[in-house]
Design a protein around this ligand. Sequence first.
Ligand code: S6P
Ligand code: ZN
Length: 187
Amino acid sequence: MNDMVAAKLFFGKGRLAGGPVERLTRRIADLGDIFSDREAYARMPADQVVYEVESSFPVAAGTEGGLFIGITYIHPGKVGEEYFMTKGHFHEIRNRGEVYICMEGEGMLILMNEDHSSVWAEKMEPGSIHYINGHTAHRTANTGSTVLSFGACWPSDAGHDYRTISERGFSKILVEQNGVPTLVNKP
Ligand code: S6P
Ligand code: ZN
């Protein structure tokens, strides 16, 4: 058996274990291009953790037909009225889809079509399963007061296009309005 293959992983004590797992942490300082309220962003502690991702890559990146798995943990918080969220991306190979399964907390999966003309959102709650079509940018936001965690599974040749989102953003942002998560046009 290929010893690089993470044949079986366990989610225990709130962490992924049992195979080779890569961990990354995104802090406020890493997310300068995603939050809309620049003044509120400047007031945030640069080292505050916004989200963490644990990923397992059983095959080499670019392998056609393989799958990667990961768990994302988004901490509760806001920058101004905008909820803590992931950078968001299209897949480099645009037609590659993905599945998310919410494990704990509450949040929203924010989706945008390829020409940026349409943005919509699905509520995430423990047990909700989300099919993300190819050609669709995806980003998640924590709208609750506890950690939002969700599992993800995506094709190992999908790749990530962060640049398009970094340059143009999503055309709508998710903010709290009267206590309710609301999509509004990007200012
Ligand atoms: C990968 C998948 C997730 C995200 C993670 C962080 O295709 O969609 O594992 O990587 O939720 O989001 P982002 O946008 O910073 O990669
Ligand atoms: Zn993805």
